[in-house]
Design a binder for this molecule. Structure first.
Ligand code: SF4
Length: 348
């Protein structure tokens, strides 16, 4: 592909925020620095220079699922399982809100021990404070999503991981691709801000599949897109496969920003884990959100091992905030205190 072709595609993307599959593939494979610069410019124009911080509370690492790439899969007996109590969860959220964070992300494996009523009470208690609540607790029924929304939840994260049905079924045994899509539709119908995303670097995944993922994000007009990069966990069936390609994932972030100019895009922890300063590179390629772990118990943080050697597990929230402020200064960005809804970016 000639250099000016990339330039032409970037001009079109900057102007129309729309590309076809072949054009996306070209950018994913040969976008280079020009792609990163274009995405950074679009981020600045539509989402501003501020960085939204989310306080992440990984409140249970029990999971009934067996996703092949994940260290929390039910069949992994080498992980120390934990479950925070409702009071611990709420108190951790309050401590983060007191430190100035305005979004609490409650994340867990698909843990049946938390009944819906209990989850709703937790959301209600957190919502008594001035904060948005994001949930990332997996596939639920329409009725359950509705109850959580009525309790005050604002956003929901459910990564599709891959929109290629065959690949999805390969890595998610006994799960249904159609049900995943149904969940995303239900969340949209119920008025959540909807977050989804992909895992980049799964064996068998092609640039064409990633391009299709990005077109899917555009089609459903997702409000948040998290792109992780695959890191093999030794206690999973994929333990011996190679990690995903950092630069390909970085390009995928940049193309996503070009096509969905005003959404929220986190610089995922996986990117920081795979490459030193990975987070700053992603923030310079279109991302505008950082999730910081608000749990102070470092053993629990280590035990939430979706993938190994996760960055930042030994830092407390205050330490992480201070380190982030310092590193953001290097790229001329700063944290803004805000609930950080997508519509904040639109100036509404
Ligand atoms: S990816 Fe999520 S649903 Fe799958 S095993 Fe891990 S925690 Fe469970």
């Amino acid at each position: 592909m000639k250099e000016n072709s990339v330039k032409d595609i970037l001009n079109k993307a900057e102007e129309k925020h729309s590309l076809d599959k072949e054009e996306i593939i070209t950018l994913l494979q040969s976008g280079g620095d020009e792609l990163i610069r274009a995405a950074d410019g679009v981020r600045k124009k539509y989402a501003g220079d501020g960085i939204y911080i989310r306080a992440l509370i990984e409140f249970s690492n029990y999971c009934t699922r067996t996703c092949y790439y994940c260290g929390l899969r039910a069949e992994n007996n080498n992980v120390q399982r934990y479950r925070m109590s409702p009071d611990e969860i709420v108190n951790t959220a309050y401590a983060a809100i007191d430190k100035g964070l305005r979004t609490i992300v409650l994340q867990s494996g698909e843990d049946c021990a938390f009944v819906m009523d209990e989850l709703c009470r937790i959301v209600e208690r957190i919502k008594k404070k001035d904060a948005a609540v994001t949930l990332s607790i997996g596939e639920k029924t329409y009725k359950e999503y509705k109850s959580l929304k009525s309790a005050g939840a604002d956003r929901y994260l459910l990564r599709i991981e891959t929109t290629n049905k065959e690949l999805y079924q390969k890595y998610h045994p006994k799960m249904s691709f159609e049900n995943r899509l149904r969940c995303l539709e239900d969340l949209r119908t119920l008025g959540y801000e909807v977050g989804t995303g992909s895992l980049i670097g799964l064996e068998g995944q092609t640039a064409e599949m990633i391009a299709e993922d990005i077109l899917f994000f555009k089609k459903i007009d997702a409000d948040m897109i998290g792109l992780g990069v695959f890191i093999p966990h030794p206690d999973t069936p994929l333990g011996c496969t190679a990690a995903g390609n950092f630069d390909l994932a970085l390009n995928a972030v940049a193309v996503t920003r070009l096509l969905l100019p005003d959404i929220n895009i986190p610089a995922t922890t996986a990117m920081e884990t795979l490459r030193p300063n990975g987070r700053l590179l992603v923030l310079s390629a279109g991302a505008n959100v950082v999730m910081l772990n608000a749990v102070e118990n470092s053993e629990q943080k280590k035990d939430y091992s979706i993938y190994p050697d996760k960055a930042g597990v030994n830092e407390g929230l205050e330490e992480s905030l201070a380190a982030l402020k310092n590193s953001l200064a290097k790229i001329g960005r700063e944290i803004i205190v805000s609930k950080g809804f997508r519509y904040n970016n639109r100036g509404e």
